[in-house]
Design a protein around this ligand. Structure first.
Ligand code: HPA
Ligand code: ZN
Length: 339
């Protein structure tokens, strides 16, 4: 469908209820600032400095964003906090038409990083996911994620958490954090452990690092998806390799624009990557930090690239195909996307 309004220069509005598959969302990063302020008040934690006068998260640049993110996460101290957070996040996603969300879960941010309590936190998140599935029709799967700037030792411990809890709910393993720190080869052992436990693999790369960072993630971590990956556009041979190998990108345009990687949606390479045959999917990363939502992303992309509802439907079908879920779940998603 390429129907337009009467004004030919304005693409049709994308229906917010359009069913969506999101593959790149950080659980703590999706915490609304009001939710975090509420926890801080309950627990008498002073984190006033991370908010601006409007009550939004305040940060200067990507390293500062990571600091603010970690400060906000200090308020998440019990499994009950994670249960409430998961419900709040899934409610927002469901309102935005998301039917399936793959969420990065970081044991390092669960109750101060005491990994021995990981199962209790996971249990609470899973309980919230079950409630959300029953009441809102949204499915959640967890991708356990280590933090690159916490180093390879911590990553191995997190991979062990992932391996021990791999199953129907924890279906993947990934790495986030500061791409400028360390090298993917430092994390090979952690990714090997996760792979051997049957987990599917993704890595943040090609966001702050260039094409070589993407190549290194593919070589040393042997991932099948890349978080962001957008700077692959700086090397067309790599772009073609991604397309040929079916490596799917979890693209978060609003995140990249908010963090200053690109000056606007129109300047973002997502459309060029897609035109050249790379499998791209659309996600929000840490929506309250970037003043975005699934609906806002779609509307901004429709405006920037004249993408229609049919384009978004095709992208969501590709996302369902790339999801780290079991085949019956995938079939259900594909049916819902067709409807
Ligand atoms: N990049 C790296 N690490 C992150 C991000 C991101 O966009 N969001 C949360 N952790
Ligand atoms: Zn991310």
């Amino acid at each position: 469908m390429t129907a337009r309004n009467d004004r030919t220069d304005i693409p049709e509005r994308i229906d917010p209820a359009l069913p969506k598959v999101e593959l790149h969302l950080h659980l703590e990063g999706a915490a609304p600032p009001g939710f975090i302020r509420g926890l801080a008040k309950e627990k008498h934690i002073d984190i006033a400095g991370i908010f601006d006068d409007h009550g939004h998260y305040r940060y200067r640049d990507f390293p500062d964003f990571l600091k603010v993110y970690e400060a906000a996460s200090t308020t998440l101290q019990t499994p009950e906090d994670f249960l409430r957070l998961t419900l709040a996040v899934l409610e927002q996603s469901a309102r935005d038409g998301v039917i399936y969300s793959e969420v990065f879960l970081s044991p390092d941010f669960c109750g101060g990083g005491d990994l021995s309590a990981w199962r209790e936190y996971l249990h609470a998140i899973e309980e919230a996911a079950q409630q959300a599935e029953n009441t809102m029709g949204i499915t959640l799967r967890g991708v356990v994620t280590c933090i690159r700037h916490f180093g390879p030792r911590k990553a191995r411990a997190v991979a062990r958490c992932a391996a021990e809890t791999a199953g129907d709910f924890i279906t993947g393993f990934g790495i986030a954090g500061n791409e400028a720190m360390g090298h993917p080869r430092d994390f090979t052992y952690a990714f090997d452990m996760a792979r051997e436990a049957g987990l599917r693999l993704t890595a943040h790369a090609g966001e702050w690092g260039g094409p070589q960072s993407v190549r290194d993630a593919l070589t040393h971590l042997r991932v099948e998806r890349i978080g962001h990956g957008v700077r692959a556009i700086e090397d067309l041979a790599l772009v073609d390799e991604l397309a040929e190998r079916g490596i799917v990108l979890e693209v978060c345009p609003g995140s990249n624009v908010a963090l200053g990687l690109y000056p606007s949606f129109a300047a973002h390479p997502v459309a060029r990557l897609r035109e050249r045959g790379v499998g791209i999917t659309l996600s929000t990363d840490d929506p309250p930090f970037f003043h975005t939502s699934n609906t806002r992303e779609y509307e901004a992309l429709a405006r920037a690239f004249d993408w229609s509802e049919a384009d978004f439907r095709a992208i969501n079908t590709d996302a369902a195909r790339a999801a780290f879920c079991d085949e019956p779940t995938r079939e259900r998603l594909l049916k819902r996307l067709e409807a």
